[in-house]
Structure formats: C-alpha cells, structure tokens
Design a protein around this ligand. Structure first.
Ligand code: PGA
Ligand code: ZN
Length: 429
C-alpha cells in the first residue's frame, strides 16, 4: 500500500507570472500535486532554484530542465518506494543530487517531489496534511500580515520590505483574519483620502509612495485605531527589513531613506535605528534587521534587544541547520524563518524547525513573494505547531488561499483548536 507508481512534473506559472514547477506523485489509489514557490529577495546561501537560462523562453526563467530532471531521473529513483517513508525518499533525492546546494537537479525539482510525496501520503491515510504531520496537532498560528509592501516587492520607495500587523488579541484564527481584513480595508481608505496609491505589491499589501519607514508605521497605527482596534491589546507590529537588499557590501553601510532623506548607516547605527523604532512603535518582531553575513551586528541587535523582541533570521539562516547552528552558537537571533524552498526537502525543513524548538527559539513558517495556489505551508504551520505564519496581506488569492486553508483546519479541529495569539511571543529567548 502507498507505493509510488509514477512521478510527473510540468511547468506552470507563479503569482508573478513566472514559470515554476508542479509535481504529481501517483500511487495505485491516490494522486497529489505540489507547486514550488519562488523568492525575489533571496539569500545568497539558499539552495539553488534551477532555471533554464534560455533567453528565448520567459526571459530565461523557464524551468524545463528541472521538469526533465524529475521526469527522467528523480522520479525513477523513488518509484516503488512507500510514500510513508518521507525521510528515506528525501535522502535518496539529496544523495542522487550529491551537491551541497542541490544545484545538479535543482532544489525546485527536488522540493516539488518531496511536497507531493508528503501530500499523497496524507491522502492515502484519508487525513488532512496537517494531521499526517502530527495527529495531535491543534495549534493555529498567529498570522503576520504584510499590509504595506516595500523593498524589491513594490515600487513604493520604502526600503523596508514588509510592514506587518499581528492580530495577537483575536480569540481564534478566523477572527484574526477578520481583524486583518478590516484593518487592510481601512488602510486602503486612508491612503485614498490622502491621494496615495492603493495598488498592491507582490505580497498583496499596499505600495504607496512614502517618505520612509515612520510614515508607513504611522499610517498603520491610524488604520488600526480607525477600525476600532487597540494597539498592543489587539494588534502588534512586525517588520521584515530584508536588509541584505540595501546593504552596500563594499562600504559596509546600510543605504536607506529615513524621513525622506537618504542615509548611510554603519551596522551599529542600523541596530540603534531598529531599536528606536521598537521604542516608538509596538514592534514585537524584526526579520533580517541586518544583512545575511553581518554576524557582528546581528549579535549586537540580539544583545541590545534583551529578549523583548523576536529577532528572526531569514536570509541569515536560509532554513539550513548548519547556518542555524552557527546562530545558536553565537547567539545571533531567537527565531528562524522557515521556507521550504530555501533548503529543498520537507524532511530538512522539519529538521530546522525541530532544532529551533529544541533550543527554545521560535520558528515562523513563511511563503515566498512568488507564490501559487498551493496551500502546503498552511498545513505545515499547524502540523509542526510553530504558532506563527507569514503569508502576506489580505488580498491576492495566492496569499488568501493559505488563510482560507487555515480557516478550514480550525473548523475541522472544532473545540480542540487553540489559537496561538500572544502565546507566540511568550518566553522569547
Ligand atoms: P522573498 O520574500 O520570497 O522575495 O524572499 C519574502 C521574505 O523575505 O521573507
Ligand atoms: Zn524575509
């Protein structure tokens, strides 16, 4: 029962209209498919996303090589194996590739198979994917909702990439989504009144032209209040500064606009700037406050924030246990962002979450800026009981699909469901 009969890949499109890979895994009784997402502000230490580089198709972004690698090589390597043996299958794929960063066959090719295997196994067992990952899972994650987009995800002129609201005070997940959607729409109204743009960026948040981080945060505070919610009691804030994107490696400075003025901040000044923002605004979580290899200043931010702020490593750790181990050894953060395609298999992703939790760090399951209708990460966040998810704003179906899946999971769990809420940020290390 549950033996893999066939593995089939094809090229489809992601939310930016770029090609990505979809993989189907078939057993005698069941079939499941998975689609792999794609980042824009990618870390340089991520596993390799294989693209064709054939400029005649999709500007070089085609994934036909990755598709062929699944259809001709990787699929055959796991045919006949039981879908219930996720770790063994992932190990075979890793060994077959044989490189450190999955560059031979592509992390996108490998991950598509890995996710589809996991999903088809849950279908074989006739249970939800989240339940297949852990039959006792009942913790619904607190969503970090990116309602203002900047950085490389928008042309808003904002250097910080994401400004997020966290409905910590909601009594359940469904209510958290309602709160987020209400605030999102109020913010749209405020922007319109001010004659600012209400078009959205890659992750569905508004992308108005603003003069800097402070103006963005002030607008969000206004929207929360006008909707009838209270900062700190109902809503906390988070930011993904995605600092690698505006770090000048040669000069070792962070180049960003603050209140309309272009500034160049040394690492220690960047740390001060971030800490000052957390004093002025109820920001509980800062992701990638420093560039991916600026270890010295990560350490400084961690020390100076004194366990009061969640310090999340995204490009810093790239869901890689070796990078995470360095972070643990050197006390660089207290949280890891988890993206399946940064590492390339479900098993390695779970390993990174387990390692974080074992060391009393938090783990935040995350989408990519290039997403699809695939809702795997919604189930993953519940299945691994991470208590936190980052999957975009309250618009664009590529983001909403994950929220809707979580609403279904909460309904299925009925009175067993627990919403993480404030609990996500207790005991920050
Ligand atoms: P990316 O953005 O998918 O473009 O990397 C998301 C993030 O940085 O968290
Ligand atoms: Zn990030």
């Amino acid at each position: 029962m549950g033996k893999i009969k066939k593995v089939l890949a094809r090229e489809v499109l992601d939310s930016r209209g770029n090609p990505t890979i979809e993989v189907e895994v078939m057993t005698d009784k069941a079939m499941a498919r998975a689609i792999v997402p794609s980042g824009a502000s990618t870390g340089s230490h991520e596993a390799l996303e294989l693209r064709d580089d054939d400029k005649k198709r999709f500007g070089g972004k085609g994934v036909l090589k990755a598709v062929e690698n699944v259809n001709k090589v990787l699929g055959k390597a796991i045919t006949g194996l039981s879908v219930f043996n996720q770790e063994k299958i992932d190990q075979i794929l890793i060994e077959k590739d044989g490189t450190d960063n999955k560059s031979k066959y592509g992390a996108n090719a490998i991950l598509g198979i890995s996710m589809a295997v996991c999903r088809v196994a849950s279908i074989e067992k006739k249970i939800g994917l989240y339940k297949y990952l852990n039959e006792d899972a009942n913790l619904l994650p607190t969503p970090m909702m990116n309602i203002l987009n900047g950085g490389v995800h928008a042309d808003s002129g904002l250097d910080f990439q994401e400004f997020m609201i966290i409905p910590v005070g909601a009594e359940n997940f469904k209510r958290a989504i309602q709160m987020g959607a209400e605030i999102f729409h109020t913010l749209g109204g405020i922007l319109k009144e001010k004659g600012l743009k209400t078009t959205v960026g890659d992750e569905g948040g508004y992308a108005p032209t603003l003069n800097g981080q402070e103006e963005a945060l002030d607008l969000i505070l206004k929207a929360v209040e006008k909707t009838g919610y209270k900062m700190e009691k109902d809503i906390l804030l988070a930011t993904d500064t995605a600092s690698t994107e505006f770090f000048d490696k040669k000069k070792k400075v962070y180049k960003l606009r603050i209140n309309g003025k272009k500034e160049e901040l040394k690492g220690s000044e960047m740390v001060e700037y971030l800490l000052n923002l957390t004093k002025k605004y109820p920001i509980i979580s800062i992701e990638d406050g420093l560039a991916e290899d600026d270890f010295e200043n990560w350490k400084l931010l961690k020390e100076k924030s004194k366990g009061k702020i969640q310090i999340v490593g995204d490009d810093l750790f790239v869901t890689n246990v070796e990078r995470l181990q360095k972070g643990l050894d050197e006390n660089l953060a207290n949280s890891i962002l988890i993206k399946l395609n940064q590492i390339g298999t479900v098993s390695e992703t779970i390993e990174a979450v387990d390692m974080a939790e074992l060391n009393n760090w938090t783990a935040v399951i995350s989408h990519r800026s290039g997403e699809t209708e695939d809702t795997f990460i919604a189930d993953l966040s519940v299945g691994l009981s991470t208590g936190q998810i980052k999957t975009g704003s309250l618009s664009r179906t590529d983001r909403i699909a994950k929220y809707n899946q979580l609403i279904r999971i909460e309904e299925e769990l009925d009175n067993k469901a627990i919403y993480a809420g404030f609990g996500s940020f207790y005991n920050l290390n």
